[in-house]
Ligand binder design. Structure first.
Ligand code: MN
Ligand code: MN
Length: 315
C-alpha cells in the first residue's frame, strides 16, 4: 500500500488515509526538514476571549484539504490550475502540530517560535494553520530576517489587554509591529463595529497602513498593497473573519460587510505577484460552530491551498 504520495495510482478518496495537509508527506522532525513549504498546525484557542474551539481547526482544515485531488486546484476565473507541480515534486511536507501545553501559553508559544525559526533555518516557508489569532505574533517572532506583514482581518487586533495579559487574539499585531525586524504592517478588510478608534489611531501613529472595507473596494487588490516595495519579503496572516460573515458560520468573530471569495482571491493573487511571500497563516476557524459538511474549514483549506499555489506559482 502506497501512502503519502499523490499520482501513484491510488484513488485517495477524501475520507481515506491519514489527513495531512493536501496529503503531503508527514515529516515531524523539523531538524531534518527538506522542503520548500512546511505545514505547521497550532491547535491553540486559549487566546480567544469569546468562544473556544479553534483548537480543532488544524485537523479539520487538513481533512477538508484532502478534497482537492492530485490535479490541483482549478481556478475558473483565471483558467489556471494551481499546485500540481508543487505536489508532484514533493516540496511540501506536513510537520504536524506544535505540542500544546494546555493552560501554559507562554511555553506553547515559545515552542511555536522555536519551530518557525527552525523551519526558516532549513530554508522552508511555513504555512501555519491556527488556532486563534494569538499565534501570528509568536510565528513572526521566529523570523530573523526583515519582513513586512500583511494581514487580512475584520479586526485590527491592535488592542492592549489589561493586567499585562499577552496571549490573546486581539493584540498580536501591536506586539508584532513593535518587533525590530518588522518593516511595515498593512491591515486589509478592517470594519468591525466592536473596534476602537483609539486602536486605529495608535496603529496609524506607529506607521501601519489600514485599508478599511470602503478603502479596499475603492483602491482594489493592487491599490491596497502599492506602498509595499516590489519584491519585498512579506508574511501574510489571513483571519477567517476577513470574509463576509455569511461565508464563515464556523468562526466566532464574523462581521457583515466583508468580501467574497473572489475579492479575497484577487487580493491574495496581487500580494503573491508583488511580494516575495516568506510565510503565511490561516486562523480562527472554529469547527465546533461550523455547519453542514464543514463549510468554514473547507473555505480555509481552499484559501490556504490556493494562496500556496499563487505564491509558488506552481502549475
Ligand atoms: Mn484576527
Ligand atoms: Mn478578526
Amino acid at each position: 500500500m502506497t501512502t503519502g504520495r499523490l499520482g501513484t495510482g491510488r484513488v485517495n478518496r477524501a475520507y481515506t488515509g491519514i489527513p495531512t495537509f493536501l496529503r503531503a508527506a508527514y515529516a515531524p522532525d523539523v531538524d531534518r526538514l527538506e522542503a520548500t513549504v512546511a505545514v505547521l498546525g497550532v491547535p491553540f484557542d486559549e487566546g480567544s476571549p469569546f468562544m473556544p474551539g479553534a483548537r480543532f481547526a488544524p485537523r479539520s482544515i487538513r481533512e477538508h484539504s484532502l478534497r482537492f485531488g492530485p490535479a490541483g486546484i482549478v481556478d475558473f476565473a483565471t483558467g489556471e490550475t494551481w499546485l500540481r507541480r508543487l505536489l508532484a515534486e514533493h516540496r511540501i511536507v506536513d510537520l504536524g502540530d506544535v505540542d500544546v501545553r494546555t493552560a501554559d501559553p507562554e511555553t506553547t508559544m515559545a515552542a511555536l517560535t522555536e519551530t518557525v525559526r527552525a523551519i526558516r533555518g532549513r530554508g522552508a516557508m511555513p504555512l501555519v494553520l491556527g488556532g486563534d489569532h494569538t499565534i501570528t505574533y509568536p510565528v513572526v517572532r521566529g523570523y530573523d530576517e526583515p519582513i513586512h506583514i500583511v494581514m487580512l482581518d475584520a479586526h485590527l487586533d491592535y488592542g492592549e489587554e489589561p493586567h499585562g495579559m499577552v496571549w490573546t487574539n486581539g493584540q498580536g499585531f501591536r506586539l508584532a509591529h513593535a518587533l525590530p525586524h518588522v518593516q511595515s504592517l498593512t491591515m486589509i478588510g478592517i470594519r468591525s463595529a466592536r473596534g476602537k478608534l483609539e486602536d486605529i489611531e495608535r496603529a496609524r501613529a506607529n506607521g501601519a497602513t489600514i485599508a478599511t472595507m470602503p478603502v479596499w473596494r475603492d483602491r482594489g487588490p493592487e491599490g491596497v498593497i502599492a506602498h509595499i516595495p516590489e519584491g519585498a519579503p512579506c508574511y501574510v496572516s489571513i483571519d477567517a473573519d476577513v470574509y463576509d460573515m455569511s461565508l464563515i458560520p464556523g468562526c466566532v468573530s464574523g462581521e457583515p460587510g466583508g468580501p467574497s471569495w473572489d475579492e479575497v482571491r484577487a487580493t491574495l493573487m496581487a500580494i503573491a505577484r508583488r511580494c516575495r511571500v516568506v510565510g503565511f497563516d490561516f486562523v480562527e476557524v472554529n469547527p465546533l460552530l461550523d455547519v453542514g459538511t464543514g463549510a468554514t474549514s473547507y473555505l480555509g483549506a481552499l484559501t490556504a491551498a490556493s494562496f500556496l499555489g499563487f505564491v509558488t506559482g506552481a502549475d
